[in-house]
Design a binder for this molecule. Structure first.
Ligand code: UDP
Length: 239
């Protein structure tokens, strides 16, 4: 299980859609409960860095279908992630957990710039670091950024909290009634079968660099803590 891999530091990816509670914007009750979960993981002594999506505001690919230039729409999506970061920071600090937001797009009034070595220092001091604005580059997803940040700050694993799906299936469970949930799978198998609950770029980065990943549902009680503790609530993906 994941506990064979996690010694000290994880990157947690949260989907933006979850933050919105099904609507556009931020649902404070959802963010408060996610912050409480992260705080309890931090109190066990595990260092937590967070990457948040922005799907509750904008996705570049969707804006493109509505006629907006793709790269510009992607920047709008990245700016949306920063609002989610600030909301999570606020609730984490109310939990008594020191938190720093580091943005890949400079905006000094609200966030530090992304400085990997400084992020590591924060984590070593028990602070949560939230990475905002994705990679700062259009045509990327926050899933891929979670894998990249995890590699750069030497995390032991990436925890992918997903909206509406509780792991990797043999087929798309929304369309195929025969789809079976997998407890364990390799990255190459997931890629070969086109199992796209996480995007292929994120899978490849983890595969090439031997970084384990857990995919689990955002919905449910204490799912973040249960995923870190190695409960079989999702899928463990390894090289
Ligand atoms: N985005 C981007 N580059 C990045 C990360 C995000 O262009 O490095 C944009 C992209 O348009 C994406 C949006 O920000 O659709 C929101 O992120 P994502 O879709 O990953 O959020 P989630 O689905 O996890 O809520």
């Amino acid at each position: 299980t994941i506990t064979d891999h996690v010694r000290r530091r994880v990157v947690l990816k949260l989907s933006g859609e979850v933050f919105g509670g099904g609507a556009v914007g931020v649902d404070p009750n959802v963010v408060r409960s996610i912050a409480a979960q992260i705080a309890s993981v931090v109190r066990t002594g595990i260092q937590v860095a967070v990457v948040i999506g922005g799907g509750n505001f904008f996705r570049g690919a969707e804006l493109q279908r509505a006629g907006i230039d793709r790269a510009r729409g992607d920047y709008m999506g990245m700016l949306g992630t920063v609002m989610n970061c600030l909301a999570l920071q606020d609730f984490l600090e109310k939990e008594g957990i020191d938190t720093r937001v580091q943005s890949a797009i400079s905006m000094a009034q609200v966030a530090e710039p992304y400085i990997p070595r400084r992020a590591i220092r924060h984590l070593e001091k028990g602070r949560v670091v939230i990475f905002g604005a994705g990679a700062g580059m259009p045509y990327f997803s926050t899933d891929t950024v979670a894998a990249q940040r995890a590699l750069e700050i030497h995390a032991d694993a990436v925890l992918m909290s997903k909206n509406g799906v509780d792991g990797v299936y043999t087929a798309d469970p929304r369309t195929d009634p025969d789809a079976q949930k997998l407890d364990n799978v390799t990255f190459s198998e997931a890629l070969r079968q086109g199992l796209r609950v996480v995007d292929a770029a994120a899978f490849s980065l983890c595969m090439d660099n031997g970084l384990p990943m857990v995919v689990f549902a955002a919905e449910g009680t204490d799912t973040i803590m249960r995923a870190v503790s190695g409960e079989k609530i999702g899928t463990l993906i390894t090289t």
